[in-house]
Ligand binder design. Structure first.
Ligand SMILES: [Zn+2]
Length: 395
């Protein structure tokens, strides 16, 4: 779920202008002491917007800093995300800190990847394992009994903060959170995708949230927690995701895991795409040819991979491999090596890398990205007519 910033230059609200000025000042600050001053100002402003459900200044300030390539962007987005995924819950005069956490599962399948409400038994099993293998001993957990797709997660910062506060309350009081699943958007079906469990962890202020923060007997490293979580949660996820190849990531803070799952799902798109062509066209991976092009406006923002059958000039299936944050195509070894390694791992031995930067082109009718063939033309991916699966695209 990469956040794509809008290129529009809408007029900034006064609140947005103030956020930009504060983030820029904090970025230029020369000391921790001065940082604290700007940080407190920023926190107050951001908190006010979140509490009022007013996302316009937050989005406006981020778009502006993003479009001007300002180093203050990273600082502002980190603060806005950090404040959206956290809340303070008061219990009498005792303050609890709540953090919104997510447990992602990246998956691919020839069938639909399931999402939706969990049965009591499955929800209980996952909650108990999450608590036992990942959380500090005094932490409380409230998990939503739902397997989310990206389309079903809150889109706005203020919406996310409301969810954090609601789940934080439920964690502290030990009640089951009430969430209305009736109005959940439909899940767009893809060959490879991520599913998420969402929960809040609450601890008395200053206490550890996770086992890796604890001293003594409760302590376990992140790697050990992940290993336990993978082993213990697997049977339940296998039941929830029939017909899927999947991998559980370490449950951790919400936004960090959104980014982590965006990165980790990319190889699955290649594995799923190749398996899809194998079954639809009865062709071995060695009979496929992949063409890789760097696509972006000013620099490579993503690689687009067009897969053809043998020497066919048409593209049978296309895959997008996005680059995130500071991933740099010129790094050695860089993301291109990862793409090539995954293709080779999937058994596609004939791979052509086109030189130069290609502009991002999309189908005028359906908005689907266009993919390169070996001559460097950007084409609509279309399964050959002899394919068995009826998912080919007609227009
Ligand atoms: Zn189209």
């Amino acid at each position: 779920m990469a956040r794509s910033r809008s290129k529009s230059t809408a007029r900034l609200t006064r609140d947005a202008e103030r956020l930009i000025a504060l983030a820029s000042s904090m970025n230029a600050s020369g000391s921790l002491t001065e940082d604290h001053f700007w940080e407190a100002e920023l926190t107050t402003r951001i908190d006010k917007c979140l509490a009022q459900g007013n996302d316009v200044p937050l989005e406006g300030a981020l778009d502006n800093l993003w479009n001007s390539h300002s180093p203050a962007y990273d600082l502002l987005v980190e603060r806005i995300e950090g404040l959206s995924e956290s809340a303070v819950v008061m219990q009498g005069d005792r303050a609890w800190e709540a953090l919104l956490v997510a447990a992602p599962v990246v998956a691919w399948s020839r069938y639909a990847i399931a999402s939706g409400p969990l049965g009591h038994e499955d929800a209980d099993a996952l909650r108990v394992q999450w608590q036992a293998h990942v959380l500090a001993s005094d932490a409380r957990l409230a998990m939503v009994p739902y397997l989310y797709s990206v389309d079903q997660l809150p889109r706005q910062f203020s919406e996310l903060r409301r969810l954090t506060a609601k789940l934080g309350d439920a964690a502290v009081s030990g009640e089951i959170p009430r969430v209305d699943f009736g109005r959940m958007p439909e899940t767009a079906q893809m060959l490879s995708d991520t599913r998420f469990l969402v929960a809040a962890v609450a601890v008395p202020r200053g206490m550890p949230l996770f086992r890796w923060q604890e001293d003594g007997a409760g302590h376990a490293s992140r790697a050990a927690c992940l290993e336990q979580w993978i082993a213990q949660a697997r049977p339940t996820f296998a039941k929830l995701l029939p017909g899927c190849v999947f991998e559980s990531l370490l449950p951790d803070a919400y936004y960090m895991n959104m980014r982590e799952s965006d990165r980790r799902v990319r190889p699955y798109a290649i594995r799923a795409g190749v398996a899809f062509l194998e079954s639809a066209l009865h062709v071995e991976p060695a009979g496929l040819r992949a063409v890789v092009a760097g696509v972006g406006e000013e620099r490579v923002d993503e690689y687009r991979i067009g897969i053809a059958v043998g020497a066919d000039s048409r593209v049978a299936h296309g895959i997008v491999w996005p680059l995130f944050g500071r991933e740099d195509e010129s790094a050695q070894p860089g993301p291109l090596e990862d793409v090539l390694a995954e293709l080779s791992q999937a058994g596609v031995t004939e791979v052509k890398k086109l030189t130069g930067l290609f502009t991002p082109e999309f189908c005028d009718d359906c908005g689907a990205p266009l993919y390169p063939n070996a001559s460097g033309e950007m084409l609509h991916a279309e399964l050959p007519e002899e394919a068995e699966s009826p998912t080919a695209h007609f227009h």
